[in-house]
Design a protein around this ligand. Structure first.
Ligand SMILES: [Zn+2]
Length: 135
């Protein structure tokens, strides 16, 4: 088979790489210690529960508990209040459990913790939710 010949363009001082690469790739040696064999860590913190809106017809997931509750207050005004209260109570328990298992014990989310405690009280009702003035 004839080798295809490329003429060096006139302005190029040196031969170009039409037929050969400038380096031999097989000469590259990778230290096995530098190979990534572990699966990449999940972006989601371990154990973090999903907050999927029960009342949306499309899947809507929330990162923040308070964000989800605000969504329940403002985007589902037509939904039965008792059903929304029940969902707030349910997710409060889920979130408290998550924090107990995984929290670093920092101050993060202190206001949310107060809301979770309120949501778990027997006297919890819709007026308390409105008092939170969620956005
Ligand atoms: Zn929704």
């Amino acid at each position: 088979m004839d080798q295809v010949r490329f003429d060096r363009p006139r302005r190029h001082l040196y031969s170009s790489f039409e037929t050969t690469l400038p380096s031999n790739l097989s000469a590259v040696v990778v230290d096995p210690a530098h190979l990534c064999t572990e699966p990449p860590p999940s972006l989601k913190p371990a154990g973090k529960p999903n907050l999927l809106c029960l009342f949306c017809s499309k899947i809507k997931n929330f990162d923040s508990l308070v964000g989800y509750w605000g969504h329940l207050v403002h985007k589902h005004e037509a939904t039965d209040t008792e059903a929304r209260l029940q969902e707030i109570r349910r997710t409060a328990v889920v979130w408290r459990t998550y924090w107990e298992d995984y929290s670093d014990g920092g101050k993060r989310g202190t206001k949310t913790r107060e809301k979770i405690s309120q949501a778990e009280e027997d006297t919890f009702d819709w007026s308390m939710v409105l008092d939170w003035k969620l956005r």
